[in-house]
Design a protein around this ligand. Structure first.
Ligand SMILES: *[C@@H]1O[C@H](CO)[C@@H](O)[C@H](O)[C@H]1NC(C)=O
Ligand SMILES: *[C@@H]1O[C@H](CO)[C@@H](O)[C@H](O)[C@H]1NC(C)=O
Ligand SMILES: *[C@@H]1O[C@H](CO)[C@@H](O)[C@H](O)[C@H]1NC(C)=O
Ligand SMILES: *[C@@H]1O[C@H](CO)[C@@H](O)[C@H](O)[C@H]1NC(C)=O
Length: 479
């Protein structure tokens, strides 16, 4: 071998060594980062002890330092809940507001009601050079009036867009009491950059706060019913669920039907399990349901003609037509387009399992059509066709279908602030079927009222549910 050949071989050998060294280093660094980022989240933290964790979080995810990193949030990092240093405020998400006279960025937040913090907005405006594209404006906080007696509530921090800022792509909020020269550590992407009047979805259902969820059968039944009704997207703010539920969520996410938004409110606040602090103590109403609903409305504002704000155990069924697509024209004829509709809430307690009345047996499922869902945990809505006698709860606990563009602030039952008023839907046109624990005490079967509307869907529902349970691997294929 001549000298040249020898040198070439040595060069090759060296480059192989270098390559090996760098690959190994990158692999080790990636592994360490991966493990660190996926370390188990601390739960049950309160304001007094959560700060160190949140600062560690800033170090671990320097994903949007300054204006540099422009773009969408990486998958699985939506709704990251950014604490505002020096306050008890948590930032959830940011949306460009197109409906007001002067352009503003709306930052959806959770605030301590008694704190009255003042805020400074930092807006990144077109371009990656922080010294030319960062604009500062004074944030105005608007605390939503529904917070059901808890210390924390939902708020909008409105950030005026200065005239020099054409495209506010990212925003962050600091306390006005902090040094103005100390920039915020992390930015949120400003969503809804453009308006649209052609929507990929006619109906999006916003299901807030899934927490320790195990009601697998009712979940799959609801998802399939919603598809029969014309819904093409369901948004679920998820904290925790069992393994079978997770399989279903993964299945529907792959199909593009469900969008899961990780909901880490309980990492930051002591969330209540109920709607009043007397019923279950905590800092924030019902797992943070209200900020989640507000986020969903804004997230889908230009993606969905209508949004329905109801829970997974609730189904709005039209009475004279089959699908929401055919119901809405009936309602719009009477009230005009882009309105808000309220549906009465009928409770079907699963504590009773009664066959339909004799006069209705022609609707009842023949034994051979009955599904075999024994291994699946949760409520079978087809077994519970009797509702509680009507009380004022029917109209107190209503839910809505609304054009998201008509909403400014939403609560659990109806809107707090909007561009359109809400109108009642007559219960002969549609009503809500709520299969859940009884609200009335001392109920006996003779007091319950039969409503077999669901059986009008049962043949299609059973077939669809069987298909999903098999495809998701929850029941055997050969059954
Ligand atoms: C949450 O707060 C309530 C009321 O202050 C308290 O009873 C409960 O122990 C707290 N839970 C945690 C995990 O901090
Ligand atoms: C929060 O504020 C404290 C005191 O002003 C400061 O030392 C700290 O670096 C700040 N943390 C972040 C993440 O901005
Ligand atoms: C950013 O803009 C400033 C002011 O125009 C300029 O001095 C600086 O060099 C720019 N930085 C980069 C990275 O382009
Ligand atoms: C929305 O509704 C219209 C009119 O009923 C229909 O043509 C269209 O296919 C629907 N889109 C979706 C995504 O379901």
């Amino acid at each position: 071998m001549d000298v040249r050949g020898h040198q070439q071989q040595q060069l090759k050998l060296r480059s192989v060594k270098r390559w090996t060294f760098w690959s190994l280093s990158i692999a080790i660094i990636s592994l360490v980062l991966l493990l660190y980022n996926n370390r188990p989240a601390k739960s049950n933290q309160t304001w007094s002890n959560y700060k160190p964790a949140s600062q560690a979080q800033f170090k671990a995810k320097p994903r949007k330092t300054a204006c540099g990193a422009v773009g969408q949030d990486p998958p699985g990092e939506k709704a990251p809940l950014l604490p505002v240093n020096g306050t008890h405020t948590l930032l959830l998400s940011a949306y460009l507001e197109h409906r007001t006279e002067n352009q503003e960025v709306r930052v959806i937040a959770v605030v301590l009601g008694s704190e009255a913090a003042a805020y400074r907005c930092h807006l990144c405006c077109e371009g990656h050079n922080i010294s030319t594209s960062l604009h500062i404006s004074e944030g105005h906080v608007n605390i939503h009036k529904d917070y059901f007696g808890f210390q924390y509530g939902t708020a909008d921090i409105m950030c005026p867009v200065p005239s020099g800022c054409k495209t506010p792509s990212h925003v962050s909020v600091t306390s006005a009491a902090e040094d103005p020269d100390v920039g915020p550590p992390v930015f949120l992407a400003v969503l809804n950059q453009r308006t649209s009047d052609s929507f990929p979805h006619n109906f999006t259902v916003c299901i807030s706060t899934m927490f320790d969820f195990t009601n697998v059968l009712q979940l799959v039944q609801s998802m399939e019913m919603l598809q029969l009704l014309g819904v093409s997207r369901v948004v679920i703010y998820k904290t925790s669920c069992d393994a079978d539920t997770q399989r279903l969520l993964d299945y529907y996410t792959d199909k593009g039907f469900i969008e899961v938004i990780p909901w880490s409110m309980s990492d930051h606040l002591n969330v209540s399990k109920s709607w009043r602090p007397e019923k279950a103590p905590g800092d924030l109403h019902y797992y943070g349901q209200i900020p989640a609903l507000n986020d969903c409305v804004y997230r889908y504002m230009y993606q969905s003609r209508y949004v329905a704000l109801h829970d997974v155990d609730e189904l709005i069924l039209p009475q004279s037509v089959d699908r929401w697509n055919d119901l809405m024209p009936l309602l719009e004829q009477k009230n005009g387009a882009d309105k808000c509709y309220m549906f009465e809430n009928y409770i079907f307690p699963p504590t009773f399992k009664l066959p339909p009345p004799v006069s209705e047996t022609h609707h009842y499922l023949q034994d051979k059509e009955k599904p075999t869902w024994q291994g699946i945990s949760g409520v079978n809505i087809l077994d519970h066709l009797y509702h509680e006698p009507n009380t004022r709860v029917v109209r107190d606990n209503f839910k809505i279908i609304v054009s998201p563009r008509a909403v400014i602030e939403t609560s659990v039952h109806g809107l707090l602030s909007s561009y359109a008023s809400c109108v009642w839907v007559d219960n002969s046109l549609a009503r809500m079927y709520h299969t859940r624990a009884p609200s009335q005490t001392g109920l006996t079967p003779d007091k319950l009222i039969y409503d077999g509307r669901l059986l009008g869907y049962s043949a299609r529902l059973i077939q669809a549910v069987n298909t999903v349970l098999k495809d998701a691997g929850l029941i055997q294929k050969d059954i």
